[in-house]
Design a protein around this ligand. Sequence first.
Ligand code: ADP
Ligand code: ZN
Ligand code: ZN
Length: 754
Amino acid sequence: MFCVDVAINLPVKSLFKQFTYSVPENMSFLDSGWRVIVPFGAQKTEGFVVRRRELADNLDKLKAVEAVLGDRPWFDEEMLATAQWLSEYYMCSLSEAMRLFVPGKTSIRRSAVRDEDGRLLYYRYEEKLKEKTVLAYKISQDGYAFLQTGNDKKQLQRQLEALRLFAEKKGWLSLQEVAAENISSSTVRTLAGKGLLEEGKKRILRNSYTDMLQPGNELLLNDEQKAAFKQISTAMTEGSGGSFLLQGITGSGKTEIYLRAAQQAIRQGQQVLVLVPEIALTAQLVKRFQSWFGDSVAVAHSKLSQNERGDVWHRMRTGQANILIGVRSAVFAPFARLGLVIMDEEHESSYKQEERPNYHARNVAVERCRHARAVLILGSATPDIETYQKALQGEYTHLRMTKRANGSELPRVEIVDMRLELQQRNFSVLSRALKQALVNTAADGEQAIVLLNRRGYSTFVMCRDCGASIVCPHCSVAMVYHSSNEDMRCHYCGNTMPVPAECPACHSKRIKFFGTGTQKAEQEIMALPEVRVLRMDQDSTMAKFAHAEILSRFAGGERNVLIGTQMVAKGHDIPNVTLVGVLSADSMLNLPDFRASERTFSLLTQAAGRAGRGSRQGHVIFQAYDADNQIIRLAARQDYDAFAVQELADRKELFYPPFAQMLKLTVWDEKEETALTLAQRAVNYLQGLQLQGELQDLVIMGPLPALVARVRDLYRFNILLKAKDMQPVKNALLNSEFKEQRNLYFDVDPLSVI
Ligand code: ADP
Ligand code: ZN
Ligand code: ZN
């Protein structure tokens, strides 16, 4: 008799352990990877079978598995292994890790099953979509043996060739696929007749390949692109995997490499996962893939309903689609035969989930590729410094493209010192140089992008008499005035309130707005002659397709200036943009976070990269108060390597990633005292272990109040841990009372340490 261990699919932190159930006779096929319904407490719930094992004892005490979901296991070996790794690495339960792979409860239909009194018994689950199959063949043991004998009779050549193909591809091949390799169906049947091939069934791939592979518009790769593609292509042919950092400046034509690699994967009968930071901002990339691969492209953005997501997953699993383009969570999609993963703009922070389990899609992708022997391409003009270091050390193959693909020049970058502007009594948020440049650009019929990384109208509201600024009653941050609704908003909790008529502290009526956000900058730019401005920030993109709509209105030339937050700096390729202005290039540099320089450098470089992608050279203006800052100067030169040398030296000296691994513990509570006490207890625990001679290379910083010490009435403290190898520290914490503490949160490899 055997039983199964089941991870319960409930979002409960304390469900670290699995539960054992007996298996009714009619489900004797059950094995790891299946989704099941099991009784759990008073309810019935979904679970994932983690393993099947023999049970010596009698099974009477065990509850039995109630029902099976679907007609095959949801998790294959590679997904199971990745989930297992994820739970250990990111310090979450196996079921939390596994439920990431399940698109809600939706590739299945659910209906309530009730007893005669109408009481709910359980839900019945059925797969929504049915698979189709075709005849397929696979090499048998005899076939392998036959190849081994080194038979070289002339009349057997064809058959040997065919056998070698089957040996190389290993899996099931349909006659259609074999025909694509110039092997006739009669050869295949002959081999099957001799028992050298097994005959079976294979799921049909509806929109499958060959005739689809005519690229929408064929560009000849330049030498740099050819060299980069060749290495990727070779790895793909060899089939043993491998990771590449494709470091190519903005406009160097990385997309062309992605497309060709994807094409090769499909020709090899494999599937492709393309990860992008945000679908809304990558409409161009999606279109490019669709023009090459038509219906075999499936898209998974974060606004898909659970149902739609379930359908997309199903198309990938069944091989009905070959290319999945999606955001972070698409890294968990099931594949029939994953051969290539492409991660565009791999440095983007949206690849990290900021809630539990706080995985990074890049790490997950690396892990999946390792198990699937798939090739991984990480693309960026400004790679994450940790990725870059791995490329330097040879863990990733380093591919570089240093020229713009269409021959256009990099933009000319100018740094404007805003202190001088003040001295010259220019109190506008726009420097004189930028104003002039905007006016000229508009007059020449060209377009401009202006970046200001603060939304709203003002950045704080303050009393002129007593200097008190108005803070959110629930968070320790200033309220931001928004002209669109003429109210103040908290950017942390969303709380809104009207601007008070008088100062709450001293009753003065002299309340004033300070600092400039996108709304106020928009107003100033609007006043310039011939300028028609469009704003893109969180406030103007609430609606479902607002991003794409704003970008396409701008690209279509309806407006000539686009102002907005970070999102205006990313990804798009609009040839008529010849001017880019960054209003406070140094604003992010002062954050007390060791990644401040890296973020600033990459944002400025990406922003500058939007200019002059057409035939005219671009012009970029960085406005800064700290105009001599080294990072800003390096960004102006677009010199990633010089930046990286300096940044890596600093990180090494200060023992930060990539030289250390980090773990952040955040503790919160309504009472400041309680939060601090718990945080201190965690620190004491770790220090205690150190006193016993364990965790010797661990560096403990904190507890420190979070930069915004209170959010939504909760006080927050951070503890930052650094170590060469964090695993022993994680283990120590998982073996302690802190593992299941409600008010304590682990962030493995935190992107933000404040
Ligand atoms: P990246 O993603 O590296 O910023 P893109 O892939 O968007 O760059 O390419 C930038 C521009 O260069 C696009 O307009 C693209 O069509 C063009 N391009 C890419 N490769 C070539 C090539 N080999 N010859 C001519 N133009 C190219
Ligand atoms: Zn006052
Ligand atoms: Zn608030």
